[in-house]
Design a protein. Structure first.
Ligand code: OGA
Ligand code: MN
Length: 287
């Protein structure tokens, strides 16, 4: 196990399907889960070979997945990217199929965000399986929102503790999705909610900034114009080099990140094929 920046670990020599399957894998999963939390919420497990069932099975060790309940996706705009046989699997891909249709969401999140923060129960872990990765480029950058919070002055902490922010999928939909793709009700507040600006991690008890430029619209009770001069410097602060780790994908990496205390950004600097599958764990309501 190697540490990565201030926020994660790299695991080699582990076979998720062999070593973590069934009851026999419980203790080892417990150790890995504890190490993941302790490290700051990022891990890469190298050299995996998983079926979609195995990917979902591993991801469910963290909790129930979005669409496990069989309900139609609330976030209609991205429903086209879900795997047709397994709606729990969201496809991140720049490839097209034989009919020229996209096989997934291209450049998923070319903006700083925390997955699904526009829902009352946003994502806890995201488990992204890098099935095909470009030889160069296509990295994902992660920002440590716990370290960013802790580095603020007591004055700033005091000012933002207790504030709430509105998160709305429409913020990203407006700028990041082509017009024909966006489904109207995604602009109607179907995916809008309010969360604390500083959240306390349910497992570690640590405080993190929980705002992101991708989905956070404004501070609750403030106008957008009033919110901007408070939120923008926090984003600039949180994305300083000091708090970042840039993941360079190798084929068959399984990356697990904790959306409760990290933001991430997909770098779009490649043209070669990139195909990944993501399972997303439903989290608790942030407090
Ligand atoms: C995601 C995402 C980043 C990437 O899957 O949630 O933001 O680099 N992906 O593909
Ligand atoms: Mn994402």
């Amino acid at each position: 196990m190697n540490s990565l920046g201030t926020l994660g670990i790299e695991i080699t020599g582990l076979d998720i399907c062999r070593d973590l399957a069934g009851d026999a894998g419980d203790n080892l999963f417990g150790d890995i889960h504890a190490a993941w939390l302790e490290a700051g919420g990022f891990m890469v497990i190298r050299d995996q070979d998983m079926t979609q069932e195995q990917h979902m099975g591993f991801s469910r060790r963290f909790g129930p997945l979005f669409h496990d309940d069989g309900q139609p996706p609330l976030q209609d705009t991205v429903s086209r990217y879900l795997h047709p046989d397994h709606p729990q699997i969201y496809r991140v891909s720049n490839k097209v199929d034989e009919n020229g249709e996209p096989t997934g969401r291209k450049g998923a999140g070319t903006y700083w965000h925390s997955d699904v923060s526009f829902r009352d129960h946003p994502a806890h872990a995201s488990v992204l399986y890098g099935i095909q990765v470009p030889p160069r480029g296509g990295d994902t950058v992660f920002a440590n929102m716990t370290a960013a919070y802790e580095a603020l002055s007591d004055g700033m902490k005091g000012m933002i503790d207790g504030l709430h922010a509105v998160h709305d999928f429409a913020v990203a939909a407006a700028t990041q999705y082509a017009k024909p793709v966006v489904i109207d009700n995604d602009f109607d507040g179907a995916n809008r909610c309010v969360h604390p600006v500083v959240r306390t991690h349910a497992d570690t008890g640590k405080k993190s900034l929980y705002i992101n430029p991708g989905f956070t619209s404004h501070l609750d009770g403030f106008t957008p114009a009033e919110s901007k001069p408070i939120l923008e410097p926090l984003y600039t602060h949180a994305t300083k080099q000091d708090f970042l780790y840039r993941h360079n994908w190798r084929p068959h990496d399984v990356v697990v990140w904790d959306n409760r205390c990290l933001m991430h950004y997909a770098v779009m600097d490649y043209t070669a094929d990139r195909y990944m599958e993501r399972c997303t764990v439903i989290g608790e309501k942030p407090v």
